[in-house]
Design a protein around this ligand. Structure first.
Ligand code: FAD
Length: 400
């Protein structure tokens, strides 16, 4: 294998390049990215970077020297097409780059709110450093801030915006896609305590204004004054290259347990990849740093000839208003939950069970529980309800 070419210089693309070198790969490693500057991580964008407590240095994944030292070629530019017969990619500027193995690490783009007025000035989404820079500046003069979407991004933005905001969420609770009702309720109380207004079960019908947003119209016709609207309603995987190259695509680039696409010379990793997830028991696309980093490592292992089926445990985190939520496992389909710890003092964990087996643990301000949960999930088989019950639902005692 001579040249591995990676499209997308984000968390997972960077991870593939560095993992290849860690594994002793001595061919060419080429990383092509369409964002300005060095590869960076996104989590601080909706946390410390937004609040102004973290700067460029905290975003950067590695300093410039690192890439030269590791022999990772960084090429700025946007890949316009993949020529599978010729085993090369073509950039917007017409230049072509050949590969022996290609990795698609193209990430995702923010979903646009499908209502009138979604492109008015003053309406923002948050995905890139450029988005965060523009938002930070806009926040300085904004008076009425409305957040559409009560998921991770919307809530982290609210938590770090430094002023009371109104959060509009279509579901009947916050973070409904990823958290249990117990955790949703805790974070709703936290945000209300910080002065935010939460409107649940409310759709947005339109964003109103002449050129610039001045009001958010809700589904019931009521109007909220707004001069800054942050839309956080999820993402779409970036699959155009794969589709046009004739690869299988379905809610992401479809890959097998070795993260190979329908063309064995092409892998896909991170937010753009739809993979057979052992923990979910179905094909899944995950959007997290853990998923990006672990899949990058696994794809590099396949390329260097040490393939192992990808089965890393999914885990997530979010920081809001001094509370750290860590989630280990996949909660989908869980039918039973048990709360341990002390909700009143804001230190508790929620254990979720599917068919009597532990499938997910959400820990609020209880990092030791999160670590114990990850160890428990690594054990084979995962603990059953009765085992945990016998240990008073103490995760550490169960693992010991
Ligand atoms: P990305 O990091 O999006 O990288 C993809 C890159 O590919 C981008 O730079 C894109 O511009 C580039 N690209 C796409 N197409 C082309 C092309 N044709 N040519 C060249 N380049 C291309 N996860 C957590 O686990 N915890 C958190 O707290 C957390 N916070 C987050 C906060 C924010 C604001 C955001 C946006 C995400 C957060 N995430 C968090 C999610 C996490 O950052 C993503 O899951 C992760 O970045 C995915 O990595 P990726 O490499 O798949 O995609």
């Amino acid at each position: 294998m001579e040249t591995v070419l990676v499209v997308g210089a984000g968390q997972s693309g960077f991870g593939v390049a560095t993992s290849l070198r860690d594994k002793g790969f001595d061919g060419r490693v080429v990383l092509i990215g369409d964002e300005p500057g060095l590869p960076y991580q996104r989590p601080p964008l909706s946390k410390g970077y937004l609040a102004g407590t973290a700067g460029d240095a905290q975003l950067r994944l590695r300093p410039e020297d690192f890439f030269a030292e590791k022999g990772i070629e960084l090429i700025p530019g946007r890949v316009a097409s993949v020529d599978r017969d010729g085993a090369k990619v073509v950039l917007d500027d017409g230049s072509a780059h050949e590969y022996d193995h290609l990795v698609l690490a193209t990430g995702a783009v923010n979903r646009v709110l499908p209502v009138p007025g979604s492109t008015l000035d003053g309406v923002f989404t948050l995905r890139t450093k450029d988005d965060a820079d523009v938002l930070r500046a806009a926040l300085e003069s904004a008076e009425n801030v409305v957040v559409v979407g009560g998921g991770f991004i919307g809530l982290e933005f609210a938590a770090h915006a430094g002023r009371p905001v109104t959060i509009v969420e279509a579901q009947d609770r916050l973070m409904a896609r990823v958290a249990t009702p117990e955790v949703s309720a805790f974070f709703a109380a936290l945000h209300e305590g910080a002065g935010h207004t939460i409107l649940l079960g409310e759709g947005v019908a339109a964003l109103r204004g002449e050129g610039r947003v001045t009001e958010v119209e809700l589904g019931d016709g009521s109007l909220l004054p707004a001069d800054l609207v942050l839309v956080g309603v999820g993402v779409e995987p970036r699959t155009r290259l794969a589709e046009e190259a004739g690869l299988a695509v379905a809610n992401g680039v479809v890959v097998d347990e070795h993260l190979r696409t329908s063309d064995p010379k092409i892998s896909a990793v991170g937010d753009c990849a739809n993979f057979p997830c052992v923990q979910a028991g179905t094909a899944t696309r995950l959007e997290s740093v853990q998923n990006a980093v672990d899949q990058a490592r696994a794809a590099a292992a396949v390329i260097t000839g040490e393939p192992a089926p990808y089965d890393s445990l999914p885990w997530f985190w979010t920081d809001q208003l001094g509370a750290k939520l860590q989630i280990a496992g996949i909660l989908t389909g869980a039918e039973k939950t048990v709360v341990t710890g002390d909700r009143e003092s804001g230190k508790f964990s929620v254990l979720s069970f599917r068919d009597g087996v532990l499938v997910g643990v959400e820990s609020v301000n209880r990092p030791p529980d999160h670590i114990a949960a990850r160890r428990l999930f690594a054990a084979d088989p995962a603990p059953r309800f009765e085992t945990l019950e016998a240990n008073g639902f103490d995760l550490k005692a169960t693992f010991a």
